[in-house]
Structure formats: structure tokens, C-alpha cells
Design a protein around this ligand. Structure first.
Ligand code: DGL
Length: 270
């Protein structure tokens, strides 16, 4: 029995940590497509091709349910995959919806018409591909009215994190927050719309100021997955052990992952 968790690189480990803490009895197979990270600078067709190839690897590893712990893949590829690609006995879920449900104070499956919510000025930090897809604004518009979203494409941050250059990552986050604030001086909430960014959450919060509520996805996705598996226990697939797979260099990826999560993690070649 295993559930797949996919990201272009290490960012999805922030989600993996939360889901494995919430569901300790479920084995997870994590796949990092490190050979092709970052996805955020690629076009939608390329992201679709890479994402579907990775999801097939996770199906082959015994996962019937795969979480795209990558906003870029969720934004650029998930809808198309759900419309025409996913086999009927498999499920692929993204990371956007739990976050938007939290922001709009909705319970899972509440499909009532869009309504006014507490926040009106929201800053979205995400990769260039996620920002240009406008998937966040589309999902938000189904649920809320009167919310002004200002998006900042945070070029370079994922590369710096993947390279372990946290000094550069911090400088880039501060400059992206400054750029956002020039467009929207007083956001009430900020969305970390890339699963790499929780690794920089303190920097985002510091640069935004303590008055801004920062939403990040890991715990929201964990709650949503727990709820989903309760309703669909058959979707825990045939795999029985937790594994970490990468399309990149397993030794290099293991070192970085161990640094980020502060516990030993050993990747194997996908
Ligand atoms: N963690 C991915 C996301 O949530 C990173 C995207 C990338 O590879 O650029 O968007």
C-alpha cells in the first residue's frame, strides 16, 4: 500500500513531511524529477510531458493515488491530465484546492456559489509558469468574490534552493517581496504557491511583516489527504514500503534532502 508524492525537486518534501506525520501508517513513494528541475521556467506542454512521465513511474511503483506536490505541475498540467489522461482506476490530486479552501473558509466539497470572504488583498508568490497559468485566480474565482490577487513570479528561488544556496535564495525572496509590495503595499494574506517556498517561510514572513498571514500548503494538503483516504481507502495502492526516487544524482539529492529536512534521507535512482 503506497501513495505517490511528486515534485520537480526537493520542495515536495515539505508536503511529504506533513502527510507522513499526519498518516504515519501509510507508505509514501516520493519522486523528485531532479534531472529536469526547475519546471517553473518551462512551457505548459513541456511541464505536461514531464509530469505525466513522472506520474507513470509512480503508478509503476505501486501507487494508485499520486499527489502532485508541485504547484507548477498542478497549474500547468493537472486539469488536462484529469480530462483525458488518468486511467480510470487511478487518481491524481493537486495542491491548489486545499489552500484555496482554507483561504476562502470552505469545507471540502462545499460547491456553493462564490461569496465574500474575510481577506480582500492577497499576495501570491509562485513560479513564473504558475503565475502565467492563472490557475490560482481561476480556482479562487469559483469560491470567492471581491478578492484582489497580486501575483509575483519568483524567478530564481527554486534554482537557488535546489543548489543549496540559501543566501541567494534569501536575497531573491526579499527582492520579490519588495517588488510585490510596490504593486500591493498592504496585503492581508500571502500565499506561498510553490512547495519549495516553505523552506524560506521565515524570510517571507520577516520581509512581509508580522501583520500578514502567510498560508503554506503542507499541513493543509495533509488534512485534505487524510480526509480523502478516509472516503476512498481503496486508493492506497499496492506498494508496501516508503521510498525516495530521483531522476537526478541520488547521492547529491540525498545530501540536500537531509540538510533540508534535518533527518537522514536516502534517494535511489528512479
Ligand atoms: N515545488 C514546485 C512548485 O510547487 C517547484 C517548481 C519548479 O520546479 O520550478 O511549483
Amino acid at each position: 500500500m503506497a501513495v505517490g508524492v511528486f515534485d520537480s525537486g526537493l520542495g515536495g518534501l515539505t508536503v511529504l513531511d506533513a502527510v507522513s506525520n499526519r498518516l504515519p501508517e501509510v507508505p509514501f513513494v516520493y519522486l523528485a524529477d531532479s534531472a529536469h528541475a526547475p519546471y517553473g521556467v518551462r512551457d505548459a506542454q513541456n511541464i505536461y510531458d514531464l509530469t505525466t512521465a513522472s506520474v507513470v513511474r509512480l503508478f509503476d511503483a505501486g501507487c494508485d493515488l499520486v499527489i502532485l506536490a508541485c504547484n507548477t505541475a498542478s497549474a500547468a498540467a493537472l486539469r488536462r491530465m484529469q480530462e483525458s489522461w488518468i486511467p480510470t482506476d487511478k487518481r491524481v490530486l493537486g495542491v491548489f484546492v486545499p489552500l484555496i479552501e482554507a483561504l476562502t473558509e470552505r469545507q471540502w466539497g462545499d460547491n456553493s456559489p462564490p461569496r465574500e470572504v474575510a481577506v480582500q488583498h492577497v499576495a501570491l508568490f509562485a513560479t513564473p509558469a504558475t503565475v502565467s497559468s492563472r490557475a490560482f485566480q481561476r480556482e479562487l474565482a469559483f469560491r470567492a468574490i471581491g478578492v484582489d490577487v497580486e501575483a509575483q513570479a519568483c524567478g530564481g528561488v527554486v534554482d537557488a534552493i535546489e543548489d543549496g544556496d540559501m543566501i541567494l535564495a534569501e536575497a531573491l525572496v526579499r527582492s520579490h517581496v519588495d517588488a510585490l509590495k510596490r504593486k500591493m503595499p498592504d496585503p492581508e494574506a500571502a500565499i506561498l504557491g510553490c512547495t519549495h517556498y516553505p523552506l524560506m517561510e521565515d524570510t517571507f514572513q520577516d520581509a512581509l511583516g508580522s501583520g500578514v498571514q502567510v498560508f503554506s500548503q503542507a499541513n493543509l494538503v495533509a488534512e485534505s489527504l487524510a480526509d480523502y483516504l478516509q472516503r476512498h481507502p481503496d486508493k492506497i495502492g499496492a506498494g508496501t514500503e516508503s521510498r525516495f526516487l530521483t531522476t537526478g544524482d541520488p547521492d547529491r539529492v540525498s545530501v540536500r534532502a537531509t540538510q533540508f529536512l534535518r533527518r537522514p534521507i536516502t534517494f535511489e535512482a528512479a
